[in-house]
Write a protein that binds this ligand. Structure first.
Ligand SMILES: [Zn+2]
Ligand SMILES: [Zn+2]
Length: 333
């Protein structure tokens, strides 16, 4: 029991009064989805509710059979006397915080969020509430993100140098959110941009939604060797295996992730470059957003939850871990 409004159950967070789950782990009657990453959106529930901005993405993820209702950001629906609204989380396109008001008590479930700039989605809206459930994927002070413009300039410079040396630049980034965020800020004048199928599929939805992305081509539609050696290729980390990489014999490999903030991770992935770019909040963003909520009770989930709880408790805040079954290395990291 988190409070009178929300419970932590084996299926995930559950609101008994409104009879809905948030990002349930198993099929339920009504699932409110914060965003379409696989560790939050699972198929099989009878009804779904998400933010309108994320509807097309969620439908693609869950399949055409899924019954999805969509709500514009900030609009309230009444579910058995519980007022529910969705608010921008700035994590990926369509990502939402869930605000629940019941008997004068306001609870906000953050989902994943960030405060650094991202041209492909609506920025995080800080919310005041009594109970705040926050993610803590990067909940350690060592996680401090550099300015996005600096990271993008470094990616462009790496690409330019590889192009001049006749090497393909292969950048691993999560297919949903991170890949499009990078695409939207690259300098397309440097050379051709090629994509893995998983990235191209999401690009199509973003473009249909009116998000401007530079021209991209599926790698299979770009056989020309000379072109490939000038290209930047965006692929999900799962594409990093010999069978897929064979088509780019001269290459430099890089990974764009918050985890690249830790030196050992670049070595472990054996990539040539690590770009620190995350769709989650860094330490400052997490601590700042929790503070700005003004919440008297704080629940922490995802990642370094124990560390964040301890830090809050030491400051006299009422905080506890909210158990979750999310992946340790979630998409968007
Ligand atoms: Zn996510
Ligand atoms: Zn997540």
């Amino acid at each position: 029991m988190i409070n009178d409004t929300l419970q932590s159950t084996p299926e995930g967070l559950y609101c008994p009064a409104g009879d809905f789950h948030i990002d349930p782990l198993r099929p339920v009657a009504r699932a409110v989805i914060t965003h379409a990453h696989a560790d939050h959106a699972r198929a099989g529930s009878r009804n779904y509710l998400c933010a309108r901005e994320g509807r097309a993405i969620l439908q693609t993820r869950l399949g055409t059979d899924a019954r999805i209702d969509a709500l514009p950001y900030g609009q309230t629906v009444n579910l058995n006397g519980v007022a529910l609204s969705l608010h921008p989380a700035g994590h990926i396109r369509g990502s939402a915080q869930v605000r629940i008001e019941h008997r004068g008590h306001t609870t906000v479930v953050s989902g994943d969020y960030k405060t650094h700039s991202d041209p492909t989605c609506t920025p995080l809206e800080p919310l005041r509430c009594h109970t705040f459930i926050s993610e803590s994927t990067f909940g350690l002070p060592i996680f401090k993100w550099p300015p996005v413009a600096e990271v993008m300039a470094a990616i462009d410079a790496w690409w330019r140098e590889n192009r001049d040396q006749g090497r393909t630049s292969i950048l691993f980034a999560y297919a949903l959110g991170k890949a499009q965020r990078i695409l939207a800020s690259l300098d397309p004048a440097i050379g051709p941009i090629l994509t893995h199928g998983a990235v191209e599929k999401i690009n199509r939805i973003y473009r249909r939604d009116g998000i401007h992305l530079p021209e991209t081509r599926h790698v299979d539609d770009a056989e020309d060797r000379e072109l490939r050696r000038k290209a930047l290729v965006i692929a999900p980390p799962s594409a990093d295996h010999p069978a897929w990489m064979r088509r780019f014999p001269h290459r430099s490999r890089a990974f764009a992730s918050g985890w690249m903030r830790i030196r050992g991770n670049r070595r472990r992935r054996s990539v040539d470059r690590g770009f620190v770019l995350s769709d989650h909040g860094d330490w400052e963003a997490l601590a700042g957003t929790i503070e700005a909520s003004g919440a008297e009770a704080i629940g922490i989930t995802h990642g370094y939850a124990a560390e964040m709880v301890r830090w809050l408790n030491e400051r006299g805040r009422q905080a506890a871990i909210v158990p979750s079954a999310y992946a340790d290395n979630p998409p968007g990291g």
